[in-house]
Design a protein. Structure first.
Length: 256
């Protein structure tokens, strides 16, 4: 199975006059075109949050228009900039989200690797993440439904420290991350965790499972040190499932 991951596009609405927002839209267009040109094509694209800058309906509408060109299925999870309600309103019609759910939690059963999203948004509107008991209980139950199927989780906030970031820890409470790790450790079919939020690449382990974050598609917001050839070029990643070894990840640099 092949998964393309995009994250942190931070889009404005289609009529935004600010050249920064126009450039971010071009960054996403370049990624979409590159994904569509892959051979073999990915089985799925995941967007790991902060799709929009302000969570406004017009921004989600712009995002949907840009992403509608994708030739493969798209699955999304909310970032703190999006808000879960706005994202649910914008994407519930695609049919994969659980209706009437308090959180954006769902599983995708159509691929060789089961995809399970984790809603990591804090309930107080903070840019920090959180995981309440209800979400952890729901995740545990979802994972228990298919113990024999390889499973990848995707979420916005990385449940691990990123030491190169000014604020290395993305959650309000250490306990939330410890509880998540405990849930994951009970389900050995979980083979990878994909995240965003930090606008930079990092790898770690959570509950014995490889976990990663990737740079923001929005080049003006990208953090960290990069080779000169990457200057001004958007970045996304392609993850290829290699069986018991989990996923092998490739960083792609489309021409914007």
């Amino acid at each position: 199975m092949i998964i393309a991951q995009i994250t942190d596009t931070h889009l404005g609405d289609a009529n935004a006059a600010d050249p920064v927002f126009r450039a971010r839209a071009e960054n996403l267009r370049a990624c979409v075109a590159d994904i569509n040109g892959l051979d073999p094509k990915p089985d799925a694209v995941i967007h790991t949050g902060d799709m929009t800058q302000h969570g406004q309906a017009a921004e989600f509408s712009h995002a949907r228009a840009l992403l509608s060109v994708l030739a493969v299925p798209l699955y999304v999870t909310p970032g703190n900039r999006d808000g879960r309600e706005g994202m649910a309103r914008s994407f519930a019609g695609d049919g994969y989200m659980r209706p009437n759910s308090a959180f954006v939690h769902y599983s995708v059963e159509d691929h060789p690797v089961r995809l399970v999203t984790v809603d990591s948004l804090a309930d107080d509107g903070s840019n920090k993440g959180d995981l309440c008991d209800a979400r952890l209980t729901a995740l545990n139950a979802t994972l228990a439904e298919a113990p024999a199927r390889p499973t990848a989780l995707f979420m916005h906030h990385p449940p691990f420290d990123v030491p190169t970031a000014p604020n290395p820890f993305a959650y309000q409470r250490r306990r939330a991350v410890a509880d998540l790790a405990a849930v994951i450790s009970r389900h050995p079919q979980v083979v990878r965790i994909f995240t965003g939020h930090m606008h930079r690449p990092w790898m770690a382990s959570v509950g014995g499972v490889a976990a990663s974050t990737v740079p923001s598609v929005a080049t003006d917001l990208r953090k960290g040190d990069y080779a000169p050839a990457m200057e001004g070029r958007p970045v996304y990643q392609v993850h290829r499932f290699i069986g018991e070894g989990g996923f092998a990840s490739e960083t792609r640099l489309p021409v914007s």
